[in-house]
Design a protein around this ligand. Structure first.
Ligand code: G4P
Length: 530
């Protein structure tokens, strides 16, 4: 098959949601439709359940499993679908943000009772940063929830994206009868069914079809007709271009648990979603159909077994064809490396691949050569843009509890930050190390892994910073002046960039007022965009 065909066949996306909206269930059902798994329940154990007190060992156990499920590829019709899994636990949100740099589109799951939740808003912000196309799946329609029009309004106002309903629910919760697919003029009747993928679909002659009331009754028919007319008037036709630009989100209603609306979603997804897209680098943009191979690492998974210290680096292929055992340039190290055992992830099984194409994600065994954002190429030095660090939300100073092991502690910290477990900021004088994360859980992970993998003991002291802000200014002298005056709140990130550790929103606003020539950034993305 030629290169162009291989590219066009692939669809690489992520499913995102606030925890408990139904991401795992939907993933599982998509795999079921794709024939990749035979029964429900197979993906479930990947999930790190959110709980008030974290059970770290449980997470460790599940991390082992989730290596295989970090990427789930399966064939559906004539397409190869690559689902990139994103951690459900909010403390691992940063991992999700990075995974979003490797997808070409997302499906966002929203719980019809809870509507748009905090995590959904954050994730959408990340999608908006790179205009990622979004499809919305409103889930749990078998339960009582918010009015469908209110949900659409909420999505538009809270997520800042226009919507276009592709199907429309008939009732909700106890009165839920199914959906009318406006795009295909089909009636899809609901029957609660958790295991089978059979469904009851009727082709209609549009919304005025007289047989409609035979299926759903007079009353529901009248309501549906009115609502569909209203929707047609308000939302207009689906504009695929606008969707691909990330400006409009098609919306589907269903119930993942009951396999309802999932196939419609999948069918429309493969019809409208983008093929593997190119990526920008600091020097130029790379297109998937270029002959030469290139790719970037967006995630690193450490092996938790201390006997096997290897890690898996997940590489998204951007252009050309990746081949096993061929030498590629590791552009940061300026070193040529070949990979004898690159892994592909077909649903729940892992296997060695000989070649991979744009849109694919492969796992490369790594003994510490990679860090997040690294790229491979056939010789060109490429630095892909858009693998940002976000400002952490919790800051703690690390204390070395075993002075005999300070080297191990340093090495461990460096490697864990390369993997993206947390961000490290160093404060001078004294070389004090501040760890920044988005969740408490990571501190437990760091402490545990430093002990297990590096033999180093540490503890943490909370530091009350509000945000880490990277600084830029056309006037370098101003930055130097700022650093001098605010030295107790300035630290350096892993690339030696100065960062202002703002103690509070008030003091950040004050710094912005006092230093109008400096821009304070809450993500490190700016470096890549300059
Ligand atoms: P997440 O990955 O987004 O965190 O959510 P997950 O799929 O685990 O779903 C969260 C809960 O919502 C699960 O129940 C799941 O069964 C339920 N759920 C998912 N889709 C639907 C749906 O369409 N209708 C209804 N009624 N429930 C749905 P749980 O009790 O937390 O877990 P479990 O005991 O069922 O595994």
């Amino acid at each position: 098959m030629n290169h162009e065909k291989e590219i066009n066949k692939r669809r690489t996306f992520g499913i995102i949601s606030h925890p408990d909206a139904g991401k795992t269930t939907l993933t599982e059902k998509l795999l079921l439709f794709g024939g990749a798994i035979q029964s429900a329940g197979a993906v479930k154990n990947n999930k790190i359940k959110k709980s008030a007190t974290s059970d770290f060992m449980e997470i460790e156990k599940q991390r082992g499993i989730s290596v295989a499920t970090s990427v789930m590829a399966f064939n559906y019709r004539d397409k190869q679908i690559n689902i990139l899994d994103t951690p459900g636990h909010k403390d691992f949100a940063e991992d999700t943000y990075r995974t979003l740099t490797a997808v070409d589109s997302v499906i966002m799951v929203i719980d019809c009772a809870n509507g748009v939740e905090a995590q959904t808003e954050k994730l959408m912000e990340v999608c908006r940063m790179r205009d990622t196309p979004v499809i919305v799946f409103i889930n749990k329609m078998d339960r009582e929830g918010k009015d469908a029009f209110d949900l659409l309004d909420e999505i538009e106002s809270k997520l800042g994206i226009k919507v276009k309903p592709m199907s429309w629910p008939i009732g909700i919760g106890a009165t839920f009868k199914g959906v009318y697919n406006m795009h295909k003029k089909e009636l899809n009747l609901f029957s609660g069914n958790k295991t089978s993928i059979e469904k009851e679909v009727y082709n209609l002659n549009g919304i005025q079809d007289p047989s409609l009331s035979d299926f759903i009754g007079e009353e529901a028919t009248e309501i549906l007709k009115e609502e569909v007319e209203l929707i047609d008037g308000v939302y207009g036709d689906f504009n695929q271009e606008k969707y691909l630009e990330g400006k409009i989100a098609p919306v589907f209603f269903g119930s993942a648990l009951n396999n309802f609306g999932v196939q419609e979603l999948l069918d429309s997804f493969i019809e409208v979603s983008p093929t593997p897209q190119g990526r920008n680098t600091e020097s130029r943009s790379i297109e998937p159909n270029e002959e030469k191979f290139s790719g970037f690492v967006f995630k690193i998974h450490a092996n938790i077994d201390p006997k096997h210290r290897d890690r898996i680096a997940f590489l998204r292929i951007v252009s050309g064809k990746f081949e096993r055992n061929k030498f590629y340039l590791h552009t940061r190290h300026q070193k040529k490396i070949k990979f004898p055992n690159p892994t592909s992830f077909m649903a729940s099984s892992k296997s060695v691949v000989d070649e991979a194409y744009p849109g694919d994600v492969i796992g490369l065994y790594d003994s510490g050569t990679f860090k997040i954002g690294d790229s491979l190429s056939e010789g060109e030095v490429l630095n892909f843009k858009g693998i940002p660090s976000f400002s952490p939300e919790i800051f703690k100073e690390i204390q070395n509890d075993d002075p005999m092991k300070s080297k191990q502690l340093d090495k461990g910290l460096r490697q864990l930050t390369d993997e993206g477990v947390a961000q490290l900021f160093v404060m001078q004088p004294g070389n004090r190390k501040i760890i920044g994360t988005v969740g408490e859980l990571q501190f437990e992970v760091i402490q545990y892994r430093l002990k297990q993998e590096y033999g180093a003991s540490c503890s943490f002291v909370s530091r009350n910073f509000f945000k880490a802000c990277w600084m830029t200014s056309a006037n370098k002298v101003t930055i130097q002046d700022f650093i001098k005056r605010k030295s107790t709140n300035v630290a350096y990130d892993k690339d030696e960039n100065p960062v202002f550790l703002a103690p509070s929103p008030f003091l950040l606003a004050q710094a912005e007022g006092d230093y109008p020539e400096i821009t304070f950034h809450k993500t490190s993305e700016f470096k890549l965009d300059e």
